[in-house]
Design a protein around this ligand. Structure first.
Ligand code: SF4
Length: 340
Protein backbone atom coordinates (compact mmCIF):
# COMPACT_ATOMS: atom_id res chain seq x y z
CA UNK A 1 0.00 0.00 0.00
CA UNK A 2 1.38 3.40 -0.87
CA UNK A 3 1.38 6.03 1.86
CA UNK A 4 -1.05 8.92 1.32
CA UNK A 5 0.69 12.08 0.01
CA UNK A 6 1.90 14.25 2.83
CA UNK A 7 -0.01 17.51 3.02
CA UNK A 8 2.48 20.27 2.93
CA UNK A 9 1.91 23.57 4.62
CA UNK A 10 1.07 26.34 2.19
CA UNK A 11 3.25 29.40 1.95
CA UNK A 12 2.64 32.69 0.16
CA UNK A 13 5.56 34.93 -0.62
CA UNK A 14 5.39 38.13 -2.62
CA UNK A 15 7.87 40.55 -4.08
CA UNK A 16 7.00 43.93 -5.52
CA UNK A 17 7.47 44.57 -9.26
CA UNK A 18 10.75 46.36 -8.84
CA UNK A 19 12.50 45.29 -12.04
CA UNK A 20 15.82 43.47 -11.95
CA UNK A 21 16.70 42.06 -8.53
CA UNK A 22 19.94 42.61 -6.65
CA UNK A 23 22.03 40.54 -4.29
CA UNK A 24 20.24 42.06 -1.29
CA UNK A 25 16.92 40.69 -2.61
CA UNK A 26 18.59 37.33 -3.14
CA UNK A 27 20.09 37.04 0.33
CA UNK A 28 17.11 38.64 2.09
CA UNK A 29 14.33 36.57 0.53
CA UNK A 30 14.86 34.81 -2.78
CA UNK A 31 17.47 32.31 -1.60
CA UNK A 32 15.11 31.28 1.17
CA UNK A 33 12.19 30.91 -1.25
CA UNK A 34 14.27 28.58 -3.43
CA UNK A 35 15.05 26.41 -0.38
CA UNK A 36 11.44 26.29 0.81
CA UNK A 37 10.09 24.71 -2.35
CA UNK A 38 10.63 21.12 -1.26
CA UNK A 39 9.18 21.55 2.19
CA UNK A 40 6.15 23.74 1.47
CA UNK A 41 3.52 24.21 -1.19
CA UNK A 42 4.69 27.60 -2.37
CA UNK A 43 2.80 30.41 -4.07
CA UNK A 44 5.19 33.06 -5.37
CA UNK A 45 3.52 36.30 -6.37
CA UNK A 46 4.88 39.35 -8.12
CA UNK A 47 3.04 42.07 -6.25
CA UNK A 48 2.26 44.64 -8.94
CA UNK A 49 -0.71 46.11 -7.09
CA UNK A 50 1.54 46.63 -4.09
CA UNK A 51 3.97 48.52 -6.32
CA UNK A 52 1.07 50.85 -7.14
CA UNK A 53 0.62 51.82 -3.48
CA UNK A 54 3.71 54.01 -3.78
CA UNK A 55 4.44 54.17 -7.54
CA UNK A 56 0.97 54.91 -8.80
CA UNK A 57 1.73 57.96 -10.94
CA UNK A 58 3.75 56.27 -13.66
CA UNK A 59 2.78 52.73 -14.64
CA UNK A 60 4.63 52.65 -17.96
CA UNK A 61 7.21 50.12 -16.73
CA UNK A 62 5.11 48.05 -14.36
CA UNK A 63 4.54 45.02 -16.58
CA UNK A 64 8.13 44.94 -17.76
CA UNK A 65 9.29 45.20 -14.13
CA UNK A 66 7.08 42.29 -13.10
CA UNK A 67 8.54 40.12 -15.85
CA UNK A 68 12.10 41.02 -14.86
CA UNK A 69 11.34 39.78 -11.34
CA UNK A 70 9.96 36.51 -12.72
CA UNK A 71 13.06 36.01 -14.87
CA UNK A 72 15.31 36.54 -11.85
CA UNK A 73 13.23 34.08 -9.82
CA UNK A 74 13.49 31.40 -12.48
CA UNK A 75 17.20 32.12 -12.87
CA UNK A 76 17.76 31.77 -9.12
CA UNK A 77 16.05 28.38 -8.99
CA UNK A 78 12.33 28.93 -8.45
CA UNK A 79 10.91 25.84 -10.11
CA UNK A 80 7.47 26.19 -11.74
CA UNK A 81 7.05 22.42 -11.56
CA UNK A 82 7.11 22.62 -7.78
CA UNK A 83 5.72 26.09 -7.09
CA UNK A 84 3.00 28.40 -8.35
CA UNK A 85 4.41 31.54 -9.95
CA UNK A 86 2.07 34.37 -10.89
CA UNK A 87 1.44 38.12 -11.05
CA UNK A 88 -0.95 39.45 -8.40
CA UNK A 89 -3.16 41.53 -10.74
CA UNK A 90 -3.80 38.47 -12.91
CA UNK A 91 -5.79 36.93 -10.06
CA UNK A 92 -8.67 39.36 -9.40
CA UNK A 93 -9.85 37.37 -6.35
CA UNK A 94 -7.15 39.23 -4.36
CA UNK A 95 -9.01 42.47 -5.02
CA UNK A 96 -12.39 41.04 -4.09
CA UNK A 97 -11.13 39.69 -0.79
CA UNK A 98 -9.30 42.96 -0.14
CA UNK A 99 -12.58 44.81 -0.55
CA UNK A 100 -14.39 42.49 1.87
CA UNK A 101 -11.58 42.72 4.43
CA UNK A 102 -11.56 46.50 4.13
CA UNK A 103 -15.16 46.46 5.39
CA UNK A 104 -14.19 44.78 8.66
CA UNK A 105 -10.73 46.22 9.35
CA UNK A 106 -10.78 49.06 11.90
CA UNK A 107 -8.81 52.12 10.77
CA UNK A 108 -6.85 52.17 14.02
CA UNK A 109 -5.29 48.79 13.20
CA UNK A 110 -3.83 50.24 10.01
CA UNK A 111 -2.69 53.52 11.49
CA UNK A 112 -0.65 51.73 14.11
CA UNK A 113 1.30 49.51 11.63
CA UNK A 114 4.90 50.67 12.26
CA UNK A 115 5.96 50.79 8.58
CA UNK A 116 3.00 53.04 7.71
CA UNK A 117 4.23 56.02 9.70
CA UNK A 118 7.86 55.28 9.00
CA UNK A 119 7.42 55.20 5.23
CA UNK A 120 5.20 58.27 5.17
CA UNK A 121 7.92 60.14 7.06
CA UNK A 122 10.76 58.81 4.90
CA UNK A 123 9.33 58.97 1.39
CA UNK A 124 9.02 62.68 0.77
CA UNK A 125 8.89 62.77 -3.03
CA UNK A 126 5.47 61.08 -3.27
CA UNK A 127 2.09 61.79 -1.77
CA UNK A 128 1.42 58.71 0.32
CA UNK A 129 -1.72 60.15 1.91
CA UNK A 130 -3.79 57.77 -0.20
CA UNK A 131 -6.42 55.20 0.64
CA UNK A 132 -4.39 52.49 -1.15
CA UNK A 133 -1.23 53.16 0.85
CA UNK A 134 -2.99 53.05 4.21
CA UNK A 135 -4.78 49.87 3.15
CA UNK A 136 -1.86 47.92 1.74
CA UNK A 137 -1.58 45.63 4.79
CA UNK A 138 -5.22 44.69 4.12
CA UNK A 139 -4.27 43.79 0.57
CA UNK A 140 -1.40 41.75 1.98
CA UNK A 141 -3.83 39.92 4.26
CA UNK A 142 -6.00 39.17 1.22
CA UNK A 143 -2.94 37.93 -0.73
CA UNK A 144 -2.12 35.43 2.00
CA UNK A 145 -5.61 34.37 3.03
CA UNK A 146 -7.04 33.98 -0.46
CA UNK A 147 -4.78 30.88 -0.60
CA UNK A 148 -5.49 29.97 3.03
CA UNK A 149 -1.77 30.30 3.55
CA UNK A 150 -0.44 28.69 6.74
CA UNK A 151 2.87 30.49 6.79
CA UNK A 152 4.55 33.58 5.41
CA UNK A 153 8.33 33.94 5.20
CA UNK A 154 9.18 37.42 6.46
CA UNK A 155 11.95 39.50 7.91
CA UNK A 156 11.73 41.07 11.37
CA UNK A 157 10.19 44.29 9.96
CA UNK A 158 7.23 42.46 8.42
CA UNK A 159 6.11 40.53 11.50
CA UNK A 160 3.57 43.24 12.39
CA UNK A 161 1.93 42.75 8.98
CA UNK A 162 1.50 39.02 9.53
CA UNK A 163 0.06 39.77 12.97
CA UNK A 164 -2.45 42.08 11.29
CA UNK A 165 -3.33 39.32 8.83
CA UNK A 166 -3.98 37.01 11.78
CA UNK A 167 -6.20 39.64 13.41
CA UNK A 168 -8.19 40.13 10.20
CA UNK A 169 -8.60 36.36 9.81
CA UNK A 170 -9.77 36.11 13.43
CA UNK A 171 -12.24 38.96 13.00
CA UNK A 172 -13.66 37.48 9.80
CA UNK A 173 -13.93 34.01 11.36
CA UNK A 174 -15.59 35.56 14.42
CA UNK A 175 -18.27 37.34 12.36
CA UNK A 176 -19.04 34.75 9.70
CA UNK A 177 -17.68 31.37 10.82
CA UNK A 178 -14.26 29.82 10.41
CA UNK A 179 -12.97 30.08 6.85
CA UNK A 180 -9.36 31.14 7.30
CA UNK A 181 -6.33 29.71 9.10
CA UNK A 182 -4.24 32.11 11.15
CA UNK A 183 -0.94 32.13 9.28
CA UNK A 184 2.37 32.00 11.12
CA UNK A 185 5.32 34.26 10.38
CA UNK A 186 8.30 32.16 9.29
CA UNK A 187 11.12 34.37 10.46
CA UNK A 188 13.90 34.26 7.91
CA UNK A 189 17.30 35.14 9.30
CA UNK A 190 18.19 38.00 6.98
CA UNK A 191 21.93 38.34 6.59
CA UNK A 192 23.12 41.92 6.62
CA UNK A 193 24.16 42.68 3.08
CA UNK A 194 25.92 45.97 2.54
CA UNK A 195 25.89 47.78 -0.78
CA UNK A 196 28.99 49.22 -2.43
CA UNK A 197 28.79 52.35 -0.25
CA UNK A 198 28.54 50.34 2.98
CA UNK A 199 24.87 51.18 3.60
CA UNK A 200 22.19 48.48 3.30
CA UNK A 201 22.02 47.33 -0.33
CA UNK A 202 19.00 49.05 -1.83
CA UNK A 203 17.87 50.30 -5.23
CA UNK A 204 17.09 53.69 -3.77
CA UNK A 205 20.72 54.15 -2.64
CA UNK A 206 22.16 53.17 -6.06
CA UNK A 207 24.62 50.81 -4.35
CA UNK A 208 23.49 47.45 -5.69
CA UNK A 209 25.06 44.50 -7.45
CA UNK A 210 22.37 43.11 -9.74
CA UNK A 211 21.88 39.39 -10.26
CA UNK A 212 22.24 40.19 -13.96
CA UNK A 213 25.47 42.20 -13.72
CA UNK A 214 28.11 40.67 -16.01
CA UNK A 215 31.47 39.70 -14.48
CA UNK A 216 33.38 42.88 -15.46
CA UNK A 217 30.63 45.02 -13.91
CA UNK A 218 30.66 42.98 -10.69
CA UNK A 219 34.44 43.35 -10.45
CA UNK A 220 34.30 47.07 -11.17
CA UNK A 221 31.56 47.66 -8.57
CA UNK A 222 33.54 45.79 -5.93
CA UNK A 223 36.69 47.74 -6.75
CA UNK A 224 34.93 50.93 -5.70
CA UNK A 225 33.38 49.40 -2.58
CA UNK A 226 34.15 51.11 0.72
CA UNK A 227 36.37 49.25 3.22
CA UNK A 228 37.36 49.47 6.88
CA UNK A 229 37.87 53.26 7.26
CA UNK A 230 40.76 52.66 9.72
CA UNK A 231 42.78 50.97 6.98
CA UNK A 232 44.10 54.05 5.22
CA UNK A 233 47.47 52.74 4.00
CA UNK A 234 48.36 49.29 2.70
CA UNK A 235 50.56 48.81 5.78
CA UNK A 236 47.68 49.55 8.24
CA UNK A 237 46.07 46.41 9.68
CA UNK A 238 42.30 46.24 9.17
CA UNK A 239 39.30 44.49 10.63
CA UNK A 240 36.94 42.43 8.40
CA UNK A 241 34.26 42.69 11.10
CA UNK A 242 33.81 46.40 10.43
CA UNK A 243 34.41 46.24 6.68
CA UNK A 244 31.54 45.86 4.17
CA UNK A 245 33.79 43.68 1.98
CA UNK A 246 34.34 41.48 5.05
CA UNK A 247 30.52 41.15 5.31
CA UNK A 248 30.38 39.98 1.69
CA UNK A 249 33.03 37.35 2.39
CA UNK A 250 31.09 36.08 5.41
CA UNK A 251 28.04 35.47 3.23
CA UNK A 252 29.53 34.30 -0.04
CA UNK A 253 33.11 33.05 0.44
CA UNK A 254 34.38 29.65 1.47
CA UNK A 255 35.79 28.99 4.95
CA UNK A 256 39.30 28.85 3.47
CA UNK A 257 38.97 32.25 1.82
CA UNK A 258 37.44 33.69 4.99
CA UNK A 259 40.45 32.43 6.97
CA UNK A 260 42.82 34.07 4.47
CA UNK A 261 40.87 37.34 4.71
CA UNK A 262 40.89 37.31 8.51
CA UNK A 263 44.57 36.58 8.74
CA UNK A 264 45.70 38.79 5.86
CA UNK A 265 43.58 41.80 6.75
CA UNK A 266 44.42 41.88 10.45
CA UNK A 267 48.16 41.50 9.78
CA UNK A 268 48.20 43.84 6.76
CA UNK A 269 49.48 40.84 4.82
CA UNK A 270 47.01 41.43 1.96
CA UNK A 271 45.83 44.56 0.22
CA UNK A 272 42.18 45.55 -0.15
CA UNK A 273 42.32 45.18 -3.93
CA UNK A 274 43.35 41.54 -3.60
CA UNK A 275 40.70 40.95 -0.94
CA UNK A 276 37.99 42.52 -3.11
CA UNK A 277 39.10 40.30 -6.00
CA UNK A 278 38.38 37.23 -3.87
CA UNK A 279 34.94 38.58 -2.94
CA UNK A 280 34.23 39.21 -6.64
CA UNK A 281 35.31 35.62 -7.42
CA UNK A 282 32.72 34.29 -4.96
CA UNK A 283 29.97 36.49 -6.41
CA UNK A 284 30.78 35.57 -10.00
CA UNK A 285 30.68 31.90 -9.06
CA UNK A 286 27.20 32.38 -7.60
CA UNK A 287 25.87 34.57 -10.42
CA UNK A 288 27.24 32.74 -13.46
CA UNK A 289 24.87 29.74 -13.37
CA UNK A 290 21.92 32.06 -12.65
CA UNK A 291 22.77 34.22 -15.63
CA UNK A 292 23.08 31.17 -17.82
CA UNK A 293 19.61 30.01 -16.80
CA UNK A 294 18.20 33.50 -17.34
CA UNK A 295 19.62 33.63 -20.85
CA UNK A 296 17.48 30.64 -21.82
CA UNK A 297 14.36 32.61 -20.89
CA UNK A 298 15.57 35.85 -22.44
CA UNK A 299 16.17 34.09 -25.74
CA UNK A 300 12.65 32.71 -25.66
CA UNK A 301 10.43 35.21 -23.78
CA UNK A 302 7.30 33.18 -24.51
CA UNK A 303 8.63 30.47 -22.18
CA UNK A 304 8.42 32.66 -19.07
CA UNK A 305 5.01 33.97 -20.12
CA UNK A 306 3.73 30.40 -20.50
CA UNK A 307 4.99 29.63 -16.99
CA UNK A 308 3.14 32.67 -15.71
CA UNK A 309 -0.06 31.69 -17.49
CA UNK A 310 -0.05 28.22 -16.04
CA UNK A 311 0.80 29.61 -12.58
CA UNK A 312 -2.05 32.10 -12.90
CA UNK A 313 -4.45 29.32 -13.75
CA UNK A 314 -3.43 27.32 -10.67
CA UNK A 315 -3.58 30.40 -8.45
CA UNK A 316 -7.02 31.40 -9.78
CA UNK A 317 -8.36 27.93 -9.12
CA UNK A 318 -7.21 27.87 -5.49
CA UNK A 319 -8.27 31.47 -4.87
CA UNK A 320 -11.63 30.78 -6.53
CA UNK A 321 -12.30 27.91 -4.11
CA UNK A 322 -11.55 30.18 -1.15
CA UNK A 323 -13.84 32.90 -2.48
CA UNK A 324 -16.66 30.38 -2.76
CA UNK A 325 -16.22 29.60 0.97
CA UNK A 326 -16.03 33.33 1.75
CA UNK A 327 -19.23 34.16 -0.11
CA UNK A 328 -21.05 31.22 1.43
CA UNK A 329 -19.91 32.21 4.95
CA UNK A 330 -21.10 35.78 4.37
CA UNK A 331 -24.45 34.67 2.94
CA UNK A 332 -23.52 36.03 -0.48
CA UNK A 333 -23.12 32.88 -2.53
CA UNK A 334 -23.67 33.01 -6.26
CA UNK A 335 -25.93 29.97 -6.16
CA UNK A 336 -29.71 30.16 -6.54
CA UNK A 337 -31.14 29.34 -3.12
CA UNK A 338 -34.85 30.06 -3.59
CA UNK A 339 -37.72 27.63 -4.18
CA UNK A 340 -37.72 25.62 -7.41
S1 SF4 B 1 41.56 43.61 3.46
FE1 SF4 B 1 39.49 43.07 2.92
S2 SF4 B 1 38.39 42.93 4.86
FE2 SF4 B 1 40.30 44.03 5.23
S3 SF4 B 1 39.76 46.20 5.07
FE3 SF4 B 1 40.53 45.54 3.08
S4 SF4 B 1 38.70 44.94 1.95
FE4 SF4 B 1 38.15 45.03 4.11
Amino acid sequence: MTAPPKTRKRVLSGMRSTGKLHLGNYVGALQNCVRMQDEYECFFMVADWHALTTDYADTSKIKENSIEVVLDWLAAGIDPEKSVVFIQSHVPAHAELHLLFSMITPLGWLERVPTYKEQRDNIKDKDLGTYGFLGYPVLQAADILVYKGNAVPVGEDQVAHVELTREIARRFNGFYGVVFPEPQALLTPAAKLPGTDGRKMSKSYGNTVLLTDPEPVVRQKLKTMVTDPARVRRSDPGNPDVCPVGDLHKIFSSKETMAKVNEGCRSAGIGCIECKGWAADALVQLLNPMQERRRKFEENPRLAWDILESGTERARKTAGETMKDVRAAMGMSLEYEGPE
